[in-house]
Write a protein that binds this ligand. Structure first.
Ligand code: FPP
Length: 226
């Protein structure tokens, strides 16, 4: 395995296809989400190992609250389990954990557990792993604009929940869908996109490596000429 020389500083992933993965196996959607957690673990460890500074994952959108209650509950339960169980792996891999989004919509017990994990890992200096929960791009821009107006600020960026985090260089979306789905609308201004047919539970190290190779072959000009 050969890592390309030109690596992104921030990789962001729209993890899609858990439901279809489960359906292909005649199982409930929650089964696909559970296997998706295994992909989260593998991809996070790979990014930590390869020295990628930032990995962010779109785990739950503002719109996802509209899914059947049973599925919302299953996703929240999985998130709670992950937050409770991943502490040691994060410490071992020197990972700093952040959860960004409309956090007030989360169950208070889950929200407190998330805050606790953020505090426990705050001193880690390796990979920053960001999980976007109850997040949408329009929500973020709106809350930033509201706070900016209230404080009499003049620039949006410092008010976005991603303030201080570099914009994603690479956004990967799995499962063959080719949409931004109200994700990082402001921050994706110059991101490179890689779309793959692979369903998220099947997205492992080799899939990430293929996306990194594709990224390395792109010529980024930021609207200028070379
Ligand atoms: C998309 O598949 C996936 C999600 C909406 C949830 C992703 C969440 C996880 C993998 C678990 C939580 C993550 C962390 C980091 C704790 P889909 O259900 O839209 O699949 P489909 O398009 O095939 O229906």
């Amino acid at each position: 395995m050969q890592l390309p020389e030109k690596l992104p500083r921030h990789i962001s992933i729209i993890m899609d296809g858990n439901g279809r993965w489960a359906k292909e196996r005649g199982k409930e959607r929650a089964f696909g989400h559970a296997e998706g957690i295994e992909s989260v673990r593998v991809i996070t460890e790979a990014c930590a190992e390869w020295g990628i500074p930032y990995l962010s994952l779109f785990a739950f959108s503002e719109e996802n609250w509209g899914r059947p209650q049973e599925e919302v509950d299953a996703l929240m339960k999985l998130m709670f389990k992950a937050v409770a169980n991943e502490y040691e792996t994060m410490m071992r891999n020197n990972v700093r954990f952040l959860a960004l989004g409309n956090r007030g919509r989360l169950d208070p017990v889950l929200n407190a557990a998330v805050s606790h994990l953020e505090e426990q890992t705050a001193g880690n200096t390796g990979l920053t792993m960001i999980v976007f929960v109850s997040y949408s791009g329009k929500w973020d821009i709106q809350q930033a604009a509201d706070r900016m107006a209230a404080e009499g600020g003049s620039s949006i960026e410092p008010y976005l929940v991603t303030a201080g985090i570099p914009d994603p260089d690479l956004i990967i979306r799995t499962s063959g869908e080719k949409r931004i789905s109200n994700y990082l609308l402001w921050q994706a201004a110059y991101s490179e996109f890689v779309f793959t047919e692979t369903l998220w539970p099947d997205f492992r190290k080799d899939s990430l490596l293929a996306a990194l190779e594709e990224f390395a072959s792109r010529d980024r000009r930021y609207g200028k000429v070379k």
